[in-house]
Write a protein that binds this ligand. Structure first.
Ligand code: NAD
Length: 454
């Protein structure tokens, strides 16, 4: 398997994909070690994962350089990701004992009732490339804290990073047999589905998630799917700082070159402030530097996957054919590297692919709406349901709108944000199940109810 730098199109290295024999060997190692790991006291597991976080921080420059080389995000954003993932992992580590220890629910003279959170056993995590640290720690950190052995399959576009994660977990004290990295493309992920794991945790596209769920359903084991989104933001006419809102939303749409599951992918703006918003939005996007991921001060760099350039170009063509206007960008850059100009479209409608299908790139449609009811209707007009945002001076108004939106997260005056203390979950084509928060710590356990009569 060639690991290719998406900015230079050069081969960084060539790696051997795992064969079925190797995958089976790795699985057997995990199976053998799972009970030993679950018998390690939780305090010790906490210490080990704490050490892992320290190692991420100590080695941030090396890790950020590797991440940028294989997936192409600006180097500073790679550092930001590792810092963000470390902060999330720290929250999980600090709350593991509280939420994973047994809970006494009632005690009387005769009877004690308690819940015990038992590990599932050996779990499989098939992961995405866009935030390998951020989406990875949501799964393998709580899974290990809860006492599971983990098969971690990084995306083929983040293989070197996956190997580093394995290396530093072992250096921190996770026994090698307890965390195995499965190397390879989709075919390796597919092979893992045929193995008898005790739970499947997938981060990736709706299309792959659907296939995985169909396959795993027969096994009757837990399956958590963190999939894509087409996340809307509504800007209401009572916003005071229109330019500030536009800058914040532009960042939410274009950060990581728009390759975030919770990127802003659709913007609805109330009529009275529409022109001012669009002007400020375009000015903000125009102020960014585009260039090689390792250049200082760059904000827009390359897409990780070359094929996505066609998706974006097709979305622009479809939108223009249906009456949209391109205010900025609209095409790929010729030459080496998967560069696509940051693209802003207006006169869009929800009938256009750019407002319906996940773009996963530096492109956005902005649409004028008349009132809150129309905004709610348009925001809900989607198969996805990951996040939704409302910008307004009035919290009550924003919350009343968010209450009507079918999405796992609601944002008031912010967007494109994840908190370790809150559950991260999608609806519809964005998936189901939850990571992060106490719910996410317990997502890797099976509950046992004890009824203990004296
Ligand atoms: P993808 O679905 O192409 O691949 C994800 C993983 O699945 C990879 O490791 C891949 O090798 C593997 N895979 C591919 N085909 C498979 C099969 N048939 N069986 C088993 N495994 C298979 O997704 P991607 O391009 O890596 O990631 C981008 C997608 O992930 C976007 O849709 C994005 O929105 C989503 N995402 C969601 C979240 C979230 O938290 N909801 C976070 C990050 C990314």
């Amino acid at each position: 398997m060639n690991i290719i730098n998406p900015a230079t199109e050069e081969i960084i290295t060539t790696i051997q994909e795992d064969s079925l024999v190797i995958l089976d060997l790795k699985f057997k190692r995990l199976q053998k070690s799972a009970s030993t790991w679950s018998a390690v006291p939780i305090q010790k597991r906490v210490e080990i994962l704490e050490k892992f976080v320290s190692l991420l921080k100590e080695n941030i420059e090396e890790l950020a350089a590797i991440l940028t080389s294989e997936m192409g995000k600006p180097l500073q954003q790679s550092r930001n990701e590792i810092n963000g993932a470390s902060a999330k992992a720290t929250w999980l580590v600090e709350h593991a004992t509280q939420y994973l220890s047994e809970e006494i629910m009632s005690v009387s003279d005769q009877l004690t009732e308690k819940i015990v959170y038992e590990p599932l056993g050996v779990i499989c995590n098939i992961s995405a490339w866009n935030y390998p640290y951020n989406v990875g720690v949501n799964i393998f950190v709580p899974a290990l804290l809860a006492g599971n052995a983990v098969m971690y399959k990084p995306s083929e576009y983040a293989t070197l990073t996956g190997i580093q994660i394995g290396k530093y977990l072992v250096e921190a004290g996770v026994p090698e047999e307890v965390f195995q990295v499965a190397i390879g493309e989709g075919s390796v992920g597919k092979a893992l589905l045929d193995m008898p794991f005790d739970g499947y945790y997938f981060t990736g596209s709706y299309q792959t998630g659907q296939k995985i769920y169909q396959h795993v359903a027969q096994k009757m084991v837990p399956c958590v799917l963190e999939l894509g989104g087409k996340d809307p933001v509504y800007v209401a006419d009572d916003v005071v700082d229109v330019a500030g809102a536009a800058a914040g939303i532009a960042d939410g749409a274009f950060y990581n070159n728009g390759q975030s599951c919770c990127s802003v992918e659709r913007i609805y703006v109330q009529s009275a402030i529409y022109d001012a918003f669009v002007e400020a939005f375009v000015a903000e996007v125009n102020s960014w530097k585009m260039g090689s991921p390792t250049e200082d001060g760059v904000y827009i760099t390359v897409l990780s996957r070359r094929a996505q350039l066609d998706v974006l170009e097709n979305q622009v063509t479809d939108a223009v054919d249906k009456g949209a206007m391109v205010l900025l960008g609209g095409k790929r850059l010729e030459g080496k590297g998967n560069y696509f100009e940051p693209t802003v479209l207006v006169n869009v409608t929800n009938e256009m692919a750019v407002m319906r299908e996940e773009s996963f790139g530096p492109i956005i449609g902005i649409m004028r709406v008349e009132n809150d009811a129309e905004a709610v209707q348009l925001m809900n007009d989607t198969d996805y349901g990951l996040t939704a945002g409302v910008y307004s001076a009035n919290q009550h108004r924003a919350e009343a709108i968010l209450a009507q939106i079918n999405a796992g997260s609601g944002y008031w005056n912010c967007c494109d944000r994840v908190s370790a203390a809150l559950p991260w979950s999608g609806r519809g084509h964005s998936g189901f199940g939850s990571t992060l928060s106490q719910v996410g710590l317990r997502a890797f356990t099976k509950l046992k109810a004890y009824h203990l009569r004296k």
